[in-house]
Design a protein around this ligand. Structure first.
Ligand SMILES: Cc1cc2nc3c(=O)[nH]c(=O)nc-3n(C[C@H](O)[C@H](O)[C@H](O)COP(=O)(O)O)c2cc1C
Length: 222
């Protein structure tokens, strides 16, 4: 396994996977690691559904159908326009760099939409985890706990030589996903993680997003 320092620096979000599945034992090891995440009052509010094989394929078809019909059902809002200032600039920069890596021109709406739809095909990953949570208060603290869990999950994948990408877009059809996986309406879908083995030859995986200096994020007080 990689060291912690190597793991956090090597982890990135791949957007092309090999079809090779992980074994049940490999997935279980990652789930065991993720389970050690901290949570508010040790409430452990993560409810995780792992999809593979035919179920995953059926979800792709259903999400693509919804998209074609202009249908969406998000449990939590998402709008690029909500980002402002530096956050907006960074989100624009991320999209720009991604399309550049793929060789898609800025004004090529059709190709951009194709690339967007790859989200619903789990970027070719053999597995995906859908992260559900109970509704508690204004949900912010529970969502924080799910984020802790997700990061453990992603770092475990990276340390063990696998890869995963968190995807807000996998939460864009929450009603459909709930219905197909038999999940109660009491659980809300925050996001999903596609995972498996990264395709080392794919152009999409050449992207490496940089980070702002620590001084821009942290203030020290004595
Ligand atoms: C909660 C969350 C949701 C995300 N949703 C998506 C998504 O729907 N589609 C996508 O391509 N990338 C998604 N990303 C990946 C981010 O774009 C990526 O983490 C960011 O650009 C930094 O790149 P890195 O993960 O490679 O370091 C998401 C990341 C997070 C943390």
């Amino acid at each position: 396994m990689l060291s912690f320092e190597e793991t956090v620096r090597l982890r990135h979000s791949p957007r092309a996977f090999l079809p090779t599945p992980l074994t049940d034992a490999q997935i279980n090891e990652v789930l065991q690691d993720a389970q050690y995440a901290p949570s508010n009052c040790n409430s452990q509010p993560w409810h995780v559904h792992i999809v593979s094989g035919e179920t995953k394929q059926a979800l792709t078809q259903a999400m693509l159908r919804n998209d074609e019909m202009g249908k969406a059902s998000l449990d939590f809002s998402f709008d690029y326009a909500d980002f402002s200032g530096d956050y907006f600039t960074r989100s624009q920069d991320q999209a720009k760099q991604y399309y550049e890596v793929l060789g898609i021109a800025r004004d090529d709406k059709a190709q951009r939409h194709e690339a967007f739809l790859r989200n619903y095909a789990f970027f070719g990953a053999p597995h995906a985890a859908f992260l559900f949570m109970p509704s508690v208060g204004d949900n912010v603290r529970v969502a924080g706990d799910i984020g802790m869990y997700a990061q453990n999950f992603l770092l475990s994948l990276a340390a063990r030589g696998y890869a995963g990408i968190p995807q807000t877009l996998l939460g864009f059809h929450a009603d459909t996903v709930r219905e197909m996986l038999g999940v109660s309406d009491n659980y809300r879908l925050l996001f999903g993680i596609s995972f498996g083995y990264e395709d080392p030859d794919a152009r999409a995986n050449r992207l490496r997003m940089d980070r702002i200096p620590v001084e821009q994020s942290v203030v020290f007080h004595q």
